[in-house]
Ligand binder design. Structure first.
Ligand code: FES
Ligand code: FES
Length: 156
């Protein structure tokens, strides 16, 4: 098997695997990172979103070979209970989740948005979340939370 190297949450990582294996299978299976969720498995729901460099991608249909030498960031790399990302704090403050299944993917889409646009409008946030499904219907609270996090990040 070829050896594929990438940076995972800032740590150099080597994986010996079929290069066509999905990034999600490597993250959840081989590496035990269960933050990115399996939803549809077909690139349709965004529950598995991770950042590849600064772009949110669906890990379930992204082949391992395509992340060689790139930065991959999962929700575990965004923040944690001890040091939460402003988006994570804002989602809690706005109670922007119900079951939470979609949220790690939504946070990664929001993080990618705020990297390229630190002051997004509501319409721009909705457009950025367009490919993330939330069965619980928490979208309006999520938009409020992302506005709140963006404001905090502009004026820390
Ligand atoms: S599980 Fe990847 S897009 Fe749905
Ligand atoms: S909070 Fe339940 S699917 Fe989004």
């Amino acid at each position: 098997m070829p050896n594929i190297r990438f940076r995972l949450n800032g740590v150099e990582t080597d994986i010996d695997a079929d290069p066509e294996t999905s990034v999600l299978a490597i993250l959840r299976g081989t590496l035990g990172l269960t933050g990115p969720h399996f939803g549809c498995g077909a690139g349709e729901c965004g529950a598995c979103n991770v950042l590849v460099d600064d772009h949110a991608v669906t890990a379930c249909d992204t082949p391992l070979w395509s992340v060689a030498n790139k930065d991959v960031t999962t929700i575990e790399g965004l923040g944690n209970a001890q040091k939460p990302h402003p988006l994570q704090r804002a989602f809690i403050a706005e109670q922007a989740l119900q079951c939470g299944y979609c949220v790690s993917g939504i946070l990664m889409s929001a993080a990618a948005l705020l990297k390229r646009n630190p002051d997004p409008s509501k319409a721009e946030i909705r457009a950025a979340l367009d490919r993330n499904l939330c069965r619980c219907g928490s979208h309006n609270r999520m938009v409020r939370a992302i506005l709140r996090a963006a404001a905090e990040m502009r004026n820390p």
